[in-house]
Design a protein around this ligand. Structure first.
Ligand SMILES: Nc1ncnc2c1ncn2[C@@H]1O[C@H](COP(=O)(O)OP(=O)(O)OP(=O)(O)O)[C@@H](O)[C@H]1O
Ligand SMILES: [Mg+2]
Length: 287
């Protein structure tokens, strides 16, 4: 069973240097207009910098509770950035916008339709001015690493790929840039269960290699417990983090780990906590 922290850790409560910090963050959309809406408020948390390891932080919560808002604030994307109140820091610096230290993988397949697999995977390197020869060599390495076939797949266009293959392209396109932080917004949400498990294991193996900190949004409790080192549970209206849980790292394949009793205990604990929270109208059991 995972370790439920007595409270969500605040930025001043950790010893190591933080990689991402939220300090009392509030995001109100359409400020000053009749349709102003506060999506998240009082969001404070800290994820430590573990350079030789990285951490996978899973974010779970009901639809509309502000998960994507939090992720896009870290990415520095409009209109989530800047926060209405509070501070978002990456490695101690306030975010001013998107940056090469942060890479994002979305749920919907965001490849460029008119570019081949190789051209999609190497797009970021092309933007950075890397020579064609170097980027294509690196591109082929990453095509292989994400489990695609270099010979048969590199010249295909996105419409010739399955959903799982397209997400492999999206992952390769992000990881080839070696971001310090990887932001994934329900990346496997549209995949069938079997492909999803394969993608989870692929992510685990690649993430060990790149040693990045990964933020991973999902609606699947099993996926969060399997992939996460740390899980944030969010509640609605406006969204806030109400529980932080440390869980065992995914050191065994998903199919094996998901059968274990301690894994199931954590899943049931989270399911029950979310049910209680929903019955209390969005308030956690401790409030
Ligand atoms: N650009 C925007 N303008 C106005 N309101 C927005 C905007 N983006 C999000 N919201 C609102 O903020 C709230 C949180 O949205 P967000 O997309 O962060 O939720 P989410 O937890 O990712 O939901 P889901 O699980 O459905 O993806 C929602 O009520 C949404 O309608
Ligand atoms: Mg979302």
């Amino acid at each position: 069973m995972g370790h439920v922290l007595s409270h969500v850790r605040k930025p001043d409560e950790v010893v190591k240097q933080p990689v991402v910090e939220f300090r009392n963050v509030k995001k109100t959309y359409n400020v000053g207009q009749p349709n102003a809406f506060t999506a998240i408020s009082n969001v404070s948390f800290v994820v430590e910098n573990l350079p030789d390891k990285g951490e996978l932080v899973a974010i779970l919560g009901p639809s509309g509770c502000g998960k994507s808002t939090i992720l896009r604030l870290i990415a520095g994307l409009d209109p989530q950035h800047p926060p209405t109140e509070g501070e978002v820091l990456v490695l101690g610096e306030q975010i001013v916008g998107p940056g090469a230290d942060r890479g994002m993988v979305f749920q919907d397949y965001t490849s460029f339709d008119h570019r081949t697999v190789l051209e999609n995977v190497t797009f970021g390197l092309e933007c950075q001015g890397v020579s064609r020869k170097t980027r294509e060599e690196l591109g082929r390495i990453w095509i292989q690493r994400v489990g695609l076939d270099v010979t048969s797949d590199q010249h295909k266009y996105p419409h010739e790929l399955s959903g799982g293959m397209r997400q492999r392209v999206a992952i390769a396109r992000t990881l080839i840039l070696r971001p310090r932080i990887i932001l994934m917004d329900e990346p496997f949400g549209a995949l069938d269960p079997s492909t999803r498990m394969n993608m989870q294991d692929l992510l685990v193996s690649l993430w060990r290699e790149v040693e990045a900190t990964v933020f991973f949004i999902t609606h699947s409790i099993e996926e969060a417990v399997y992939l996460g080192d740390r899980i944030y549970l969010l509640t609605n209206s406006p969204g806030t983090i109400f529980e932080e849980i440390e869980v065992d790292p995914p050191d065994r394949p998903a199919r094996v780990m998901q059968r274990e009793a301690s894994f199931q205990d954590t899943v049931y604990y989270i399911r029950d906590t979310i049910t209680v929270m929903e019955e209390r109208g969005g308030k956690s059991a401790s409030e």
